[in-house]
Design a protein around this ligand. Structure first.
Ligand code: ARG
Length: 461
């Protein structure tokens, strides 16, 4: 049986079969069904209140739409490519189920404002879910950071040992990145949560609709101000994609560190077997596939952002069919972002660190050289001179194959008379981290304070 097209009135020839499939979006936009039905129920409710539909028509439409929702959810709904998209599939089914009242649902609206509304409702929900996943990951990081507030590892710049830091401090750096990410999504949602419905095709509608009422029914902040803008711009989706790209960029950086740390060469952490896989040829291998895959997925999310920007850039006002292409990249972004956050939140507790190897690495790279310079400054040497003196001491260490703390007092005094026996306390890793004792510093006491403030911030939300 052929499904009659809802717009076929002015056409005398059928659509070319390939064009029909090529222009259809139902295969992917059917995932918007819940929002499409939610929007239609609100629209019908408003139309009845405005006297455009009778209450009987309204009730019949709502019951019909709810029935369709059940059919979709139980897998009984037959999606038709001939009916092009989710909107016309639902509407056609409604009319065949309830008769003429169904044909009145589309009064005072167009698919253009309908689809823009559906996507915004969808994204608003997904943003909430994603923010929840970020929060779960943040809690996992706080717990781990608390456990590892005193664990020392080398901090790097240029991936060269720079200064000792605490592992808790490192994990709290990740926490901060995610805090900004979560905030960015909340901000993005302010612009997502605006209602296009009522803009109709592009210019508004001649019916006495009450957009404020519909917006209230759907939980939107307000109706959009300009109908041309509301049906056409997808900047809200692009902004979400940009926020998603930043989150993935952060997860990718974290992945990179996890991968490096779990290598035999670093040996800083152990990733539990449940987050790794083996090799089909090399029996000894345990590969950090999960962080690698997250790092890899970052590429497609960046790609979707550029795809959406490019999709929009050439479009004149108002709606153009180009916009149908916004959905697949957006859905793929949401799915992969959620998946990556979920796997990360599950994986963090499954990381065990190897404090002995971390310590050994920190002891190797002259990580306390800055501490020695600061020591000399406290004893009256200008910083530039101190830098020079310590550089020479490091050169001696390199030639002898030992760290600064392993040089004798006599050797050290050969570089500066100001060095006394108390120097060894600043050359220890513990002394080095404990000395960075101010807000934002790596001292264990500061890491604990930062965790405390973070927990408070999260509890207040
Ligand atoms: N499937 C379309 C989309 O995703 C719905 C809007 C179609 N509007 C139109 N005038 N052809 O954008």
């Amino acid at each position: 049986m052929s499904d009659k097209k809802l717009w076929s009135g002015r056409f005398s020839e059928p659509t070319d079969a390939f064009v029909e499939a090529f222009t259809a979006s139902v295969e992917f936009d059917q995932r918007l069904y819940r929002y499409d039905i939610q929007g239609s129920i609100a629209h019908a409710t408003m139309l009845a209140r405005a006297g455009i539909l009778s209450t009987a028509e309204r009730d019949s439409i709502i019951a019909g739409l709810e029935r369709i929702r059940e059919q979709i959810e139980s897998g009984e709904f037959d999606w038709s490519v001939e009916l092009e998209d989710v909107h016309m599939n639902v509407e056609a089914r409604l009319t065949s189920a309830i008769g003429d009242a169904g044909k009145k649902l589309h009064t005072g609206r167009s698919r253009n404002d309908q689809v823009a509304t559906d996507v915004r409702l969808y994204l608003r929900d997904e943003i909430e879910i994603i923010r929840g996943e970020i929060l779960r990951l943040q809690h996992a990081l706080l717990d781990k950071a608390e456990q590892e507030a005193e664990t020392i590892l080398p901090g790097f710049t240029h991936l060269q040992t720079a200064q000792p830091v605490t592992f808790g401090h490192h994990l709290m750096a990740w926490f901060e990145m995610l805090e900004r990410d979560r905030d960015r999504l909340a901000d993005c949602n302010k612009r997502v949560n605006i209602m296009p419905l009522g803009s109709a095709a592009l210019a508004g509608t001649t019916y006495p609709i009450d957009r404020h009422y519909t917006a209230q029914l759907l939980g939107f902040e307000r109706p959009s101000e300009n109908s041309l803008d509301a049906v056409s711009d997808r900047d809200f989706a692009i902004e979400f994609s940009a926020a998603a790209a930043l989150i993935m960029m952060h997860l990718s950086r974290m992945s990179e560190e996890l991968i490096i740390w779990s290598s035999a060469q670093f040996n800083f952490i152990n990733l539990s077997d449940s987050f790794c896989t083996g090799s089909s040829i090399m029996p000894q291998k345990k590969n950090p596939d999960v962080p690698e895959l997250v790092r890899g997925k970052t590429g497609r999310i960046f790609g979707h952002l550029i795809g959406l920007l490019t999709l929009m850039k050439g479009q004149p006002l108002a709606y153009n069919k180009d916009n149908q292409e916004d959905k697949e990249p957006l859905f793929d972004t949401v799915d992969n972002l959620k998946g990556s956050l979920k796997v990360f939140a599950d994986m963090i507790p499954a990381i065990t660190c190897k404090p002995e190897s971390m310590r050994e690495a920190a002891l190797k790279g002259f990580a306390t050289a800055t501490d020695l310079a600061d020591y000399l400054v406290r004893k009256g040497t200008p910083f530039r001179d101190a830098h020079e003196v310590v550089g020479k001491a490091v050169a001696l260490g390199v030639s002898k194959g030992c760290d600064l703390a392993e040089l004798s007092l006599e050797e050290l005094r050969g570089f500066s008379e100001r060095i006394d026996a108390d120097v060894y306390s600043v050359l220890t890793l513990e002394g080095s981290v404990a000395a960075r004792d101010h807000i934002g510093g790596t001292a264990p006491a500061q890491v604990r304070a930062a965790i405390g403030r973070a927990r408070q911030r999260l509890a207040g939300q």
